[in-house]
Design a protein around this ligand. Structure first.
Ligand code: FES
Length: 123
């Protein structure tokens, strides 16, 4: 049911953990399955210098979290904001249709972190 890439990211997730003194922490949850995701970012000159995640969730939730950290690392905030759940699924060489909603969590948590960061620098 899962592609090789999904299994690789699930069994060996990239950038797992938290960043102490993160510049922002994004959160997303799925009320139906109860899965939760947190994305920590460290920003320098508008670029995501470091990114980590903590996810309590299914295989697809972990794999999409891992993939989004790879996709967003060293991107500008604007570029990272444009990463969609479809981009994540494509980079994982596909997700089963019933698991597409899991990729929304990763995109939502990243976008939440960026929005929170932008609010803190404006205030
Ligand atoms: S089933 Fe909940 S995020 Fe995948």
């Amino acid at each position: 049911m899962y592609t090789k890439k999904v299994i690789q990211h699930f069994t060996n997730p990239h950038n797992y953990g938290k960043i102490e003194k993160a510049d922002a922490i994004g959160e997303a949850g799925n009320p139906i399955c109860g899965d939760l995701m947190k994305i920590y970012i460290k920003v320098n000159k508008n670029i995501i210098e470091n990114i980590k995640f903590e996810t309590l969730g299914c295989v697809a939730a972990i794999a999409t979290s891992s993939m989004i950290t790879d996709l967003a690392k060293e991107k500008t905030l604007d570029e990272a904001m444009k990463i969609s759940n479809k981009d994540i699924a494509k980079s994982l060489e596909g997700l089963p249709p019933i698991k597409m909603h899991c990729s929304n969590l990763a995109a939502d948590a990243l976008h939440d972190a960026i929005e929170k960061y932008q609010k803190t620098i404006k205030s």
